[in-house]
Design a protein around this ligand. Sequence first.
Ligand code: PLP
Length: 492
Amino acid sequence: MKRRALRDEPLIFERNPGRGRRGGYLLPETGIPPVDPGTVLPAVQLRPALDGLPALGELEVVQHFHRLSQLNFAVDEGLYPLGSCTMKYNPRVCEAAARLTGFTEVHPLQPDDQVQGALRLLWELEEALKTITGLAGVTLQPAAGAHGELTGMLMIRAALQARGEDRQEVLVPDSAHGTNPASATFAGYRAVEIASGSDGTVDLAELDRMMTDRVAAIMLTVPNTLGVFEHRIVEIAELVHSRGGYIYMDGANLNAFVGRALPSAMGADALHINLHKTFSTPHGGGGPGAGPVAVSPDLVPFLPVPRVVRDGNQTFHIVWDDERSIGPMRGFFGNFLILVRAMAFILGMGGEGLREMSETAVLLANLIRHRLQGAYHLEYTAPSLHEVVLDDSLQQEHGVSNVDIAKRLLDLGFHPPTMSFPLIVHGALMIEPTESAAPEEVEAFCDAMLQIAREAEESPDILHEAPVHTPVRRVDEVQAARHPVLRWTPEP
Ligand SMILES: *Cc1c(COP(=O)(O)O)cnc(C)c1O
């Protein structure tokens, strides 16, 4: 790999190049009068000088950022089978749509009649998500999956309060994504873990025992984080509903069944959708994302405001207030341009295309399972949907861990799978190729994994030393956690 080492010089755009320094690009004058920093900041917060910062020319700045962009792995570079994260390709046409000035230059406080196109896009995206989930209402506000979970749980709490009920617990299976118990806690509930049965799905007898009148909801991931479908979901929903609880469905894994099954038919009351997974908008590095929530008719009155409504003349309006609403969860309509990308993706794929998408995602995950099972241990053997969770127990016999396997994959040109999650699989390697990977690339990944399994038996030192071809080799994780270096300090 022909990557160059990072030069650790920071950047400055120098107005008056002096002392042999180079000048860079100057921002145009804004016409806004300069403010004396001393009048707005206390003296202790003012830096007296910027001595020690080097100055660079424009080309060097471009080169610096280009080099930085090559120091990480990207979907645009190769297979990124990070299980549960659905790292799919973001078609460039979606980027083009999100850059249209009609979308980038609107303001959320413009009068409704000037932003009909933007409002229509929001309304139509809600309609598309209603069709995809079979549910009755959608909010586009949440900025992430976890934020959607909180939004959904707050709506459930509001509905229970409206019924005059005070329930305190939320059931969360032990295979759940960590955000589930966190969101339940944030919404004011006590998260209570419910153990999975031997096939990795919820144990109905256990649920029957735990589903008391203290339980507000169960948070279920479908398919769950093992990539296994909760095949008794309808019975689970009937049991929970019959005792006055709600079904919160974590829909982050929607890629497994879009176009083939409806969460509404499974009994979902609230479900978040990760647009930045299933609907291909870019993610990584913490955002921005979008985690819309779809809800059953029971929860519709509690949806956040503002909302977009359409009147009989096909004109769109914003409703800012609604007495029963849980209120705004984010400024205006969330990350609008992420929503534009998702809409472009949905329109580009069409209904048939989305159905084919989930079929292909499941097929490719099963190709991986078929090729790697045996060389890697598979703890839960129920049929896999969009991802497969293997583990390192066979390699552990040779002193090789999932970390070693992941590092070696980097050398071989692939992003590692998700590791050590779900917690119920020790040494987990959770692999999700997504439908956008070319079958040849998936086969090449399997070849690499099989090579690593052979190396674990024959020459495990190669694995302990990996990665050797990346810009940064194995980092000292203990040192990084205990003594993080979070800012650049000029050399004296
Ligand atoms: C990704 C994911 C989430 C959280 O989504 P964010 O957008 O990262 O907050 C929740 N549940 C599951 C199953 C996920 O895969």
